[in-house]
Design a protein around this ligand. Structure first.
Ligand code: ADP
Ligand code: ADP
Ligand code: ZN
Length: 217
């Protein structure tokens, strides 16, 4: 199974992708995570992407599509893929079709997380992750059960993204509206879009996604 999680920054894509990975053993392909790893490693891609990401603008289509192709090649052909934060432009959506086609894969579902933009700034500015295992948290909406200790791996170090500030979030939302939202009609025409209320509790969002992936169970 190959699915896309689509929604603006803070919609809950990463949160829901992690849950699908844990439950179904699928692989999360997050171009944001791949780019942050490239920045950290100081690769040519990372050097090119760093300032663009700090401004909240989009990195070039060629860079992110190459990252996605490489990740798919590194996974087993039978492992399901969750595209998180990709595609983000019409050109990327076209590239994804070609990338999947070349590997004998097909897109099964596009899950759109519908959210109220006003809530996103609070979600983004309160977001942090475990520095060891990457599990996502929020200052108000999902705190570790024991303060300072990761629920999943027991780690004690957490980190926040440099672009998770109120100012950059506005740019990222504008980029989403202008460049990413227009790819939805393409998928709608194929009849593969499932809409989910992203403002609901995390567990309800998960249940709604599961209902789309396995309507019979
Ligand atoms: P995205 O990957 O779409 O940018 P995240 O999954 O990282 O979004 O979620 C952004 C922040 O909001 C995180 O701190 C996460 O814990 C929190 N969050 C995610 N889903 C919900 C939800 N349904 N209700 C409240 N907070 C949420
Ligand atoms: P969020 O889901 O919170 O918007 P991501 O981690 O997906 O954040 O992306 C962080 C940043 O990385 C984006 O603002 C953008 O600069 C860059 N980026 C990630 N994915 C893409 C993509 N598919 N195309 C272009 N830029 C991307
Ligand atoms: Zn952890």
């Amino acid at each position: 199974m190959n699915i896309i999680l689509l929604g603006p920054p803070g919609a809950g894509k990463g949160t829901q992708a992690q849950r699908l990975v844990d439950k179904h053993g699928m692989r999360q392909l997050s171009t944001g995570d791949m780019l942050r790893a490239a920045v950290k490693a100081g690769t040519p891609t990372g050097l090119e992407a760093k300032a663009v990401m700090e401004r909240g603008e989009l990195v070039s289509d060629a860079i992110v599509s190459a990252l996605i192709g490489d990740e798919l090649d590194a996974m087993g052909p039978d492992m399901g893929a969750i595209f998180d934060g990709y595609p983000r432009t019409e050109a990327q959506a076209e590239s994804l079709d070609a990338i999947l086609d070349a590997r004998g894969r097909k897109l099964d579902h596009v899950i759109e997380l519908e959210v109220n933009e006003d809530a996103l700034v609070e979600r983004i500015t309160g977001r942090f992750t475990c520095a060891t295992c990457g599990k996502g948290y929020h200052d108000t909406f999902e705190k570790p059960k024991a303060e300072g200790t990761c629920d999943k791996c027991g780690g004690h170090e957490f980190k926040r993204r440099p672009d998770d500030n109120a100012e950059t979030v506005r740019t990222r939302m504008a980029e989403y509206r202008a460049k990413t939202a227009p790819i939805l009609p393409v998928y709608e025409a194929r009849g593969i879009v499932g809409k989910v209320d992203g403002m609901a509790d995390m567990d309800e969002v998960t249940a709604a996604i599961e209902a789309i992936l396995a309507p019979s169970s």
